[in-house]
Design a protein around this ligand. Structure first.
Ligand code: AMP
Length: 144
């Protein structure tokens, strides 16, 4: 599936939103859910997904909801930088398989950068230890 296509209600993020699949949650309100990426590109890598949408990517998301969504992304990126005292932070998202998208429910990545430390690849990295992710999620939540 790429830029064009129908929303698959059984994609992994839809299942997480319905409580049918687990995630290491760090924040939730009526608009968004934020959780740790299980294949982190760096320590503290998390994802922010909008609720109540069938947007597979940014191009399909209603413009009048972008402000609320990105306010949450900004709030979480700020908490991540405080929690990990990182030197920089990547805030990014991918639209369509050729752009690197693998899960077709709109999501934004928050990826801390540390000076002189390389990133793990966007795909094909190592899965994280769940206890480590839980500790990191708690640290971010405490910084909110
Ligand atoms: P993208 O390639 O931009 O579509 O990103 C999808 C991201 O979701 C990747 O970074 C994956 O590591 C991550 N991911 C996939 N499944 C899960 C899951 N069950 N829990 C947390 N992160 C996931």
């Amino acid at each position: 599936m790429s830029l064009a296509g129908d929303y698959d209600g059984n994609n992994i993020f839809a299942k997480i939103l319905r409580g049918e699949a687990p995630c290491v949650k760090l924040f939730e309100d009526e608009h968004v859910l934020a959780f740790m990426d299980i294949f982190p590109q760096s320590q503290g890598h998390c994802l922010v997904i909008p609720k109540n949408t069938t947007a597979r990517n940014l191009l399909e998301f209603p413009a009048d909801r972008l402000g609320t969504y990105f306010a949450s992304v900004q709030k979480l990126a700020t908490a991540v930088t405080k929690a990990f005292n990182c030197d920089g932070v990547i805030v990014t998202q991918f639209n369509g398989a050729p752009a690197g998208q693998t899960v077709f429910h709109l999501h934004v990545h928050i990826i801390p950068r540390y000076a002189n430390l390389p990133l793990q690849p966007h795909h094909g990295g190592k899965p994280a230890d769940l206890d480590v992710l839980r500790e990191q999620a708690a640290r971010i939540a405490a910084a909110l």
